[in-house]
Design a protein around this ligand. Structure first.
Ligand code: NAI
Length: 324
């Protein structure tokens, strides 16, 4: 079902991306964990994305309601909900992009590592299904700890003989979103113009925003940079504490996840110069997986960019000793 009339708002959105609804190729996106705190707003945002023609929503609980609700929105994609384990294959089949926000979130006092035991098992079983039903999909891993769930996914894909390092992404976009917001506030510049690369990993001090490369440039003191860095690193905890036991970031994460999936779709569709930070297999440092700027294209990762010039403070943040 493709809508034959599109609203002015949709048209603007389409033309800003250089596509008309007629020329955008068919693309299927699957969201695993679609009924969760992140999954629901992410499903909404992906339903609003005109690059998506089929949207598969999968969760072990609550999917029919979310799918029925989202499916009434008059945008391009056809929405289907998949509830039980035996429907996972159907949900995944033919997917171009699979987004995984399935798993448990943090409560106050927990680190992302505390989630490892439960989420590692969930990610493993979901990746086994991806290996079987859509081995060529671009996988956007949101489930924490991303620093570990991405290597786990890689091992699962390897054991099934389908691993392609160009197609596996840890979603660190929320760190970038936070760094941009906090920088704009401190530097008093228009947030819409701000760019800040964030490298490293996705947990505490492994998150390393490169404010020395931020644009537009601003003359911030060392103290300001330190405070901004710390706030970006602790952004997740700020939300966990404010939610006081009701979970972690969901709305801002859904936004970040939608931005990253959109970038993947644009890359697949051949839009040039699509660059986002992501936690990918990497040779930029001695670590096997590392977040840095990557160029997205028709095969997923087209290029992993180096780190560029770092300030002394950022160099320090990169040292393993700063992790202890
Ligand atoms: P939530 O508990 O609200 O939702 C998780 C959903 O996953 C639930 O609907 C649950 O039924 C579903 N689920 C559990 N096992 C499943 C399985 N085997 N297959 C399919 N679905 C399954 O949690 P929330 O807040 O949505 O967070 C999800 C994950 O995202 C957590 O691991 C959290 O730590 C992570 N996260 C990652 C961020 C990032 O920057 N990468 C930021 C914020 C959260």
């Amino acid at each position: 079902r493709r809508s034959t009339t599109s609203s002015a708002a949709t048209k603007t959105y389409l033309s800003s991306r250089g596509f008309s609804s007629e020329s955008a190729p068919e693309r299927k996106v699957a969201i695993l964990g679609a009924a969760g705190g992140i999954g629901q707003p992410l499903s909404l945002l992906m339903k609003l994305n005109p690059l998506v023609s089929r949207l598969a929503l999968y969760d072990i609980a609550g999917t029919p309601g979310v799918a029925a609700d989202v499916s009434h929105i008059n945008t391009r994609s056809e929405v289907k909900g998949y509830a039980a384990d035996e429907q996972l294959g159907q949900a995944l089949e033919g997917s171009d992009v699979v987004i995984i926000p399935a798993g448990v979130p943090r409560k106050p006092g927990m680190t992302r590592d505390d989630l490892f035991k439960i989420n590692a098992g969930i990610v493993k079983s979901l990746c086994e299904a991806i290996a079987k039903y859509c081995p060529n999909a671009l996988v956007n891993m949101i489930s924490n700890p991303v620093n570990s769930t991405v290597p786990i996914a890689a091992e699962v894909f390897k054991s099934h003989g389908v691993y392609d390092e160009k197609r596996l992404f840890g979603v660190t976009t929320l760190d970038v979103v936070r760094a941009k917001t906090f920088y704009a506030g401190k530097a008093n510049v228009n947030v819409a113009d701000v760019n800040v690369p964030v490298i490293g990993g996705h947990a505490g001090v492994t998150i390393l925003p490169l404010f020395s490369q931020a644009s537009p440039r601003a003359n911030l003191s060392d103290e300001d940079i330190k405070a901004l860095t710390k706030r970006t690193q602790d952004g997740g905890t700020e939300v966990v504490e404010a939610k006081a036991g009701k979970g972690s970031a969901t709305l801002s994460m859904a936004y970040a996840g939608a931005i990253f999936a959109d970038a993947c779709l644009k890359g697949l569709n051949g839009v040039p110069d699509v660059v986002e930070c992501s936690y990918v297999q990497s040779t930029v440092t001695e670590l096997p997986f590392f977040a840095s700027k990557v160029r997205l294209g028709k095969n997923g990762v087209e290029e992993v960019f180096g780190l560029g010039p770092l300030s002394d403070y950022e160099q320090q943040g990169l040292k393993p000793s700063s992790l202890s």
